[in-house]
Write a protein that binds this ligand. Structure first.
Ligand SMILES: [Cu+2]
Length: 369
């Protein structure tokens, strides 16, 4: 399998020939997507002009326009995770958002299937895998890979900018079905996004159970607040950030394995390994997959997560403005660097959170340190 990072290659080429952003899509660099491992990137390293973000937006508009009876529709994909059931007593099926017709799955469709037990990680991995394929197909971008929401207690932990700005229905990534402070860009409480208590567990069951609570459940509830979509199994999949949140949970599973020290999947347990689940593929066909088919993401599912990087960085603004733009002082790094390629800046009290493309950030920091 070729795992060349096509975008980094293209970006390098573009920076040599043009020195400009964003990277143009160069047709001759395209290869059939199956020759590549799709790379899921940290959403904090992306911006509104990143191919993944543009493709995700396009796809959401297409997918949301499909009826709930279409297995590849937004509603059907959300229903797979959870759907309200008709309540014969009073006809209300969705006490929070109201309305008997909301979030009830059409008869006969896969619905209400999410697992938050011993199969939490495995079930959601397959769920994301097929959802990603549906998005890839609907977006028209054969290289699309789902980004992950790379929050951490010591790094960025707010809702990514592209998911809250513009803050209206022209932005497919925005919804008002969230906590208003989160939608305004406030940080999620650091302890809510802290996976360290989960990662210290050596046993799989303990790790998974802990991770399911924090950061998984905590971020759900923090994002959804009272009645927001993310707060309920029946509606969580409606929020575009849900899928990036679960990509991060999936990534943390990979990180846990990589920590070693006896951390392994329970592959000797047939009760875990032989579970088979049904989903829909990008053609709307019902597909099944079992746990033994998803344990190596690169070789079995053709995706992996971007290598751990120091992107994004938080930098302290230095008040000097020079010939080439603002000078920024990197936290923990004494040297000042010129940062001409700032794509966006986001003020958080005395800090500016800057997001570059990862490769660009690494280049800066390599020269900084
Ligand atoms: Cu979840």
């Amino acid at each position: 399998m070729i795992t060349i990072d096509r975008r980094d290659f293209a970006r390098t080429l573009a920076s040599v020939s043009l020195g400009l952003l964003p990277t143009p899509r160069i047709a001759f660099l395209r290869r059939p997507p199956q020759q590549y491992a799709f790379i899921r990137r940290n959403v904090y390293c992306l911006n509104a002009y990143s191919p993944e973000i543009m493709a995700y937006k396009r796809a959401i508009q297409v997918i949301r326009g499909r009826p709930a009876t279409d297995p590849t529709s937004w509603q059907a994909q959300s229903n797979i995770h959870g759907a309200f059931k008709p309540d014969p007593a009073n006809g209300i099926v969705n006490y929070c958002q109201g309305g008997p017709a909301n979030f009830v799955a059409p008869p006969g469709m896969i619905a209400d299937a999410c697992r938050h037990d011993y199969l939490f990680l495995a079930w959601h991995r397959i769920y994301l895998y097929y959802f990603e394929r549906i998005v890839r197909s609907a977006s028209g971008d054969p290289t699309f890979a789902l980004p992950y929401w790379g929050y951490s207690p010591t790094g960025p932990r707010n809702l990514p900018l592209t998911f809250r700005s513009p803050n209206n229905t022209t932005n497919p990534l925005w919804t008002d079905q969230r906590d208003s402070a989160i939608n305004a860009g406030n940080d999620i409480t650091a302890t809510y996004v802290d996976a360290s208590n989960a990662m210290v567990n050596v046993g799989f069951a303990a790790f998974q159970s802990s991770l399911s609570g924090t950061p998984h459940g905590q971020v759900h509830v923090a994002t959804g607040d009272g009645c927001g979509w993310m707060s309920y199994f029946e509606t969580a999949g409606m929020d575009p950030i849900f899928w990036l949140h679960h990509a991060n949970i999936d990534r943390l599973w990979e990180d846990w394995i990589a920590l070693g020290g006896g951390r392994v999947n329970p592959t000797t347990d047939p009760a875990w390994l032989n579970n088979t689940f049904s989903f829909y593929d990008e053609n709307g066909a019902t597909v099944t997959m079992n746990v033994s088919q998803i344990l190596d993401t690169a070789s079995q599912l053709n995706y992996r997560y971007a290598a751990p990087t120091i992107c994004p960085v938080r930098v302290r603004c230095s008040p000097r403005r020079g010939k080439f733009g603002y000078h920024w002082r990197l936290r923990h790094v004494s040297a000042c660097r010129r940062c001409r390629a700032i794509r966006r800046q986001e003020r958080t009290s005395s800090w500016f959170s800057m997001t570059f493309a990862c490769s660009r950030t690494q280049r800066w920091l390599t020269t900084c340190t």
